[in-house]
Design a protein around this ligand. Structure first.
Ligand code: TYM
Length: 324
């Protein structure tokens, strides 16, 4: 089974992306042929500083390794290094209806957020994502809930291409978790935890004092009982979800452990848990950041392995489309 997913190098990895996607990636390593990449081309759809961009990509590589990706068990590379991604994206653009792109939630949100920069890349973003996935004949795509709509479009594009030019691509499936597919903001539990609001994010590499500050000031709800109820108590439900996923215990058991105790106690124990569980991540990232040559070497090895698969798909695509 081929498994593939990506992450944009736009700032540090937060616990939402970790629990929704990256933790799955680390668990899936060894269970299939895993390909994980840094989506630097997607990141260019919002303003980036060229002087710092390479550093950001290397930092994301260091963070992914620190979070548990093992280059011996998976292919890790930077998207822009395998040119076939952009080539396939162009071909797929020619069969993607404009209306499908215009109704994408992420496009609508970003267009609102970056009013001064509604570039064509923002609209075509999901086509490049479809290319990322189809290029590798991917079967399974471990992602958070916010990416499911893009996955549905990828399936539509794959079927359309297969219909028009003959069977070429595998039709992939999104792999989302029952618990953790959408971790909510700590300050506004009705909204997804997102890199675009860094002050409400808990980053995987935050120092203990920062973890304490962010968790202790997390918005909870009226009432006292610690009960998992995402509709009536979204703040507490979010904290319980994070607790459960880091502790490895079912929500029910955690609820029982907190019977008769208040929100402050839940937060205190969550701080202790996170400080303990995230310590190895912080340590490993610090160590990796000082080894730039090693990081570049891992991305280069990954590029070579990815390119072999990508080129073989593209040979078939060009032939099917009647190109020279
Ligand atoms: P990105 O960089 O925004 O996020 C990386 C992964 O983290 C998940 N995620 C979350 N999961 C749960 N709760 C949250 N609050 C949360 N925030 C983020 C995302 O769903 C994602 O799985 N377009 C993609 C990158 C991409 C990609 C691909 C993914 C490019 N090409 C091909 C899969 C396949 C993105 O921007 O993810």
């Amino acid at each position: 089974m081929r498994i593939l997913s990506g992450i944009q190098p736009t700032g540090s990895i937060h616990i939402g992306a970790y629990l929704g996607a990256i933790k799955q990636w680390t668990d899936l390593q060894g269970m299939g042929e895993c390909i994980f990449f840094i989506a630097d081309l997607h990141a260019l759809t919002i303003p980036q500083n060229p002087g710092n961009f390479q550093k950001q990509v290397l930092q994301t590589a260091a963070e992914l390794l620190a979070a548990g990706l093992n280059p011996e068990k998976c292919i890790i590379f930077a998207q822009s290094q395998v040119k076939e991604h952009t080539e396939l994206a162009w071909y797929l653009n020619t069969i993607t209806p404009l209306g499908e792109l215009e109704r994408m939630t992420q496009f609508k949100d970003k267009a609102k957020q970056f009013k001064q920069n509604i570039n064509a890349g923002l609209l075509n973003y999901p086509v490049l994502q479809a290319a990322d996935i189809l290029l590798y004949q991917t079967e399974s795509v471990p992602v958070g809930k916010d990416q499911v709509q893009h996955l549905e479009l990828t399936k539509t594009i794959a079927r359309k291409f297969n219909q028009k030019y003959g069977e070429t691509f595998k039709v992939p499936e999104a792999l989302t978790l029952d618990l953790g597919a959408k971790i909510m903001s700590l300050s506004d539990p009705e909204k997804k935890m997102s890199k675009s609001m860094p002050e409400t994010c808990l980053f995987l590499f935050d120092e203990p004092e920062v973890i304490k500050k962010k968790i202790m000031s997390a918005v909870t709800d009226l009432g006292k009982t610690i009960k998992y109820d995402p509709v009536k108590k979204p703040g507490v439900a979010n904290l319980l979800t994070i607790f459960s996923l880091f502790d490895g215990k079912p929500i029910k058991e955690i609820e029982n452990n907190f019977k008769g105790k208040g929100y402050a106690e839940l937060k205190k124990q969550l701080v202790n848990l996170l400080v303990l569980k995230l310590e190895p991540f912080r340590r490993k990232k610090k160590e990796l950041l000082s080894r730039e040559v090693y990081l570049k070497e891992i991305l280069e090895q990954g590029r070579k392995r990815a390119a072999i698969i990508a080129q073989s798909t593209m040979d078939a695509v060009r032939q099917k489309m009647g190109l020279l």
